[in-house]
Write a protein that binds this ligand. Sequence first.
Ligand code: NI
Length: 168
Amino acid sequence: MAIRNVLKLGQDDAALRRHAREVTKFDDRLAQLLGDMAETMYADDGAGLAAPQVGVLKRAVVIDVGEGLIELVNPRVLETQGEVTVVEGCLSVPDRAGRVVRPEKVRVQAQDRTGKVIEVEGEGMLAVCLCHEIDHLDGVLYVDKMIEDVSDRYRKAERGAQDGGQVQ
Ligand code: NI
């Protein structure tokens, strides 16, 4: 595994704004990508990372909100419930934070690294992360949905309950 460079908004960021392609090959290359993404996420103390953030336009994300690593390939939201306002950050938007409205609960269908169909249900921080990461696959960043920029008031302690602190 290897740590990959995380693209930052405003610099070499074209891949962040593009629509990622469905994964059709569940091969060693995909396994390598997912492994590298997890390593990169942990190295940056993030709670999630999407493939476009490392310049790979494939529909793959990794998430760990403190309950273990989740790998999702070709994820899509099946159902959402409720609404919650959270403060998010993003590894591609360093040193900034903003308030975003997200579902309280979400049900996602995806595939694992072998192509097996799986379902993940999340609430709270996991729901937020799932939505944030899946947005990345469509070129959407939290700053596009932000209802308030709280970068100035950003304090690390404040971010625990949301997008993972230094998420995605
Ligand atoms: Ni992000």
